[in-house]
Design a protein around this ligand. Structure first.
Ligand code: ADP
Ligand code: MG
Length: 374
């Protein structure tokens, strides 16, 4: 008899219990940069059928004339986005449904993972002309809130956090989460949100060696909490709270390990602890462990209820097409391939009857304060 692989066990669980689902994993390839081309980079990634990713290894990377194709690896994901994909397409495919779910009182999270320069911030934040997932999600959310606000009351809490060197900082309004209430028009303009987040992004910690760049070692997390209140027939307030976390992770180039042994040996080397802890949690989730080590870092503490638990989780792995980034791209694709194996419990609705006077978003505020103190 042959051994049943973890993946097959997962499949079995899935078919036995419809409430167990896996996370969705996407790959986004960015266009080749001008500099890369000038430096003689070759394209080593091809995406076909919006699903299949082919990674080519070349030999003699520095010798254009004698460049040889070595071998081609094939990966497949829920969707793979070629370099021509628009921000709107990426948003609709990866995050649109999560925004809908958050309004129904579920949690959802979207992670961008990849090496520095692979396109994480472009995907999450984007530019004024081409706003990314964070901006499009908020815009969409407010449009939907407006459609629904006839039969209840919504409050949206927004916080934009940075985890850097195991310290949590609020990039928007240090000390307290920002609360956006519906204004008269009930809508927040996309460029207003963009301006807000860009200002926040400028507050991200920069590394001394690269003064003008936001740090490749900081994680940026936009958390949007939507609280919906209505009254039941006995005039009790029914409260539903959904939380959407959009995460622009630190560059993965310094944490390339995918197995526990290498992870542990890296830990001493001042490698981003939160990123390693995230990888450890993912490994534990893939292996179906009872104990998931969320407490090992600030990032995983913050995202405890946004990873693996009753939450819709989406991973976007960002990659560069350049043959000069082959190693990083290969690592990112392996990480993404492994993330496909995570099985999670079905996503539940967070709904409760609240007593009058209970404070909105109190739990989240408390957690944030705790994490900032530690
Ligand atoms: P990261 O946040 O992963 O370090 P960035 O998002 O800053 O990487 O991307 C690196 C560079 O590539 C930036 O100049 C960015 O504008 C550009 N870029 C990334 N993805 C795309 C894309 N899909 N289309 C056009 N330009 C992109
Ligand atoms: Mg970035």
């Amino acid at each position: 008899a042959r051994n049943v692989t973890e993946a097959e066990k997962g499949e079995k669980m899935e078919s036995l219990d419809a409430s167990v689902s896996r996370i969705l994993v996407f790959v986004r390839l960015r266009p080749m940069g001008k500099k890369e081309r000038e430096n003689g980079a070759r394209c080593c990634v091809k995406i076909l059928n919006k699903r299949d990713v082919y990674l080519t290894e070349f030999t003699n990377e520095n010798d254009y004339l004698r460049l040889k194709r070595l071998r081609v690896r094939h990966f497949t994901f829920d969707s793979s986005f070629p370099e021509t994909t628009t921000q709107q397409e990426v948003y609709s495919t990866t995050t649109g449904d999560l925004v809908e779910a958050v309004l129904e009182g579920r949690n959802g999270s979207v992670f961008c993972y990849g090496a520095t320069g692979a396109g994480k911030t472009y995907t999450m934040l984007g530019t004024m002309e081409n706003p990314g997932v964070m901006v499009l999600a908020i815009k969409d959310l407010f449009a939907k809130v407006r459609q629904r606000s006839l039969d209840g009351n919504h409050v949206v809490h927004l916080s934009y956090l940075e985890v850097y060197n195991e310290t949590v900082r609020d990039l928007l309004s240090p000390g307290r989460p920002l609360i956006l209430r519906e204004d008269k028009q009930g809508i927040v303009a996309a460029d207003e949100v963009m301006a807000l987040l860009q200002r926040g992004n400028q507050n991200r910690t920069t590394e001394p060696t690269r003064c003008n760049e936001t740090s490749s070692r900081s994680h940026a997390i936009l958390q949007v909490i939507v609280e919906y209140k209505t009254r039941d027939t006995s005039m009790n307030i029914i409260s539903r709270v959904g939380k959407l976390s959009l995460i622009d992770l630190a560059g993965s180039e310094r944490a390339l390990a995918t197995d526990q042994r290498t992870l542990r040996s890296l830990e001493g080397a001042n490698i981003n602890r939160s990123l390693l802890a995230l990888s450890s949690c993912i490994n534990a989730l893939v292996e179906g462990k009872k104990h998931i080590p969320y407490r090992n870092s600030k990032l995983t503490q913050l995202l405890k209820d946004s990873l693996g638990g009753s939450c819709n989780t989406v991973m976007i792995a960002n990659i560069s097409p350049s043959s000069q980034s082959f190693g990083e791209t290969q690592n990112t694709l392996h990480w993404a391939d492994r993330a496909k194996e995570i099985r999670v419990k079905g996503c539940e609705v967070n709904e409760e009857v609240v007593q009058m006077g209970e404070e909105e978003g109190a739990d989240q505020a408390k957690l944030l304060l705790e994490l900032q103190k530690e």
